[in-house]
Write a protein that binds this ligand. Sequence first.
Ligand code: F0G
Length: 416
Amino acid sequence: MLELFSPAWTSRQTSLDPVSLKSLWLERRSSRDALDQSGVWRFRELLPHIPAEHAITLREGNTPLYHLPRCARSTGVENLHAKHQGMNPTASFKDTGMTFAASSAHQSGFRWVACASTGNTSASMAAYAARGNMHSLVLIPEGKISWGKLSQSLDYGALTCQLRTDFDGCVRILNELVRQKPVYLLNSVNPYRIEGQKTLAIELMEQLAWEPPDHIIVPGGNLGNSSAIGKALLEMQQIGLISRLPKLSIIQAEGANPFYRSVHEFGGKKLEAMTADTLATAIRIGNPASWKKALRVLQTTGGEVEQVSEVEIAAAKAEIGADGIGCEPASAVTLAGLKKLRRSGFVKSSESVVLVLTGHVLKDPDFTIKFHRGDLFAGTPDEAAAARTKSLQRAPVVLEAAVGAVIGALEGAGKD
Ligand code: F0G
């Protein structure tokens, strides 16, 4: 546990100038070396030093940046892209931080690593622990994470404990446990996680030819990711890799909005923990650990914090899907938030925007199927509001096994 709090985690100084760094990183893309092939370790000059023999990599990072033509039309922002972190080895953005933090656990000789999670951290941690020959302990809220995520941590061999509490309750228990047992904590308060997750922003700038967009929009849960992206942006500016900072905005679900309330109700002076509730279970977090860091990022970059409703999240998710991309519900808050930021005038149609999609569409198929069948909000107070998402729903049709029946369906679909 010692090294978690040691200063050794600050980025190592690089003696290379920005031009040499950019060409070194590009060169590594054609290398056969496993670390060079990783979209995290490729940028190791901006990360703390971990010896290669301790590096655990699944070739994470290297995620695509997609244009979103339909979403661009519906938001009026032509220059709209998605950085899809769901295209990582365990299908979420957690892998970029996990490769680095798990390697640090390995370097320190830990046999056990542990995390509290809403499902993605645990899936990622279990995979990297397995690759590094370590045991992993997962604490998750019972009944509050998607089956896809739960199944991953089982398959990767974690000791998976479903606790009868929420994410915040799992964090409390884990914090107590690490004081009593020699397990290495892999939640996002771990500075190596933040360091690894910085590479999302570095890779993004490389993809944009080092020309920052006007806006980057991320979901906010425990607020580690926004802190990591903010740290990377500042460091890149300091060493001259980019000349200006994009505005980093953070979006929360209305039912899990402690950071939104902190900023809008308390001027960022305090954060009131809450009991969180949202169908976007990945961000069902009422007491975010990194809120002060995220606040500094908002202030430094001039970003906004918004909140979006359950129906807005569901509609945005289907719209991202209709662009042939797809994402999990928590990621879709970014598009829903962009719509609000457009309405408030914070984002202008002439500006460039990158949405950070944090998880893959297959992480939570239950949500997707219920939405398209029209069941997601049945019997809830959101039922009436959800009626306006009908045009986005594509329920499966059950037919007799006959060509005529399928032709009928085809012709019916053409009439829309
Ligand atoms: N999106 C997804 C898909 C997530 O899994 C998470 C967090 C977030 C956004 C929020 O990111 O916490 O850095 O602000 N998931 C954590 C977990 C808490 O345990 O998987 P954040």
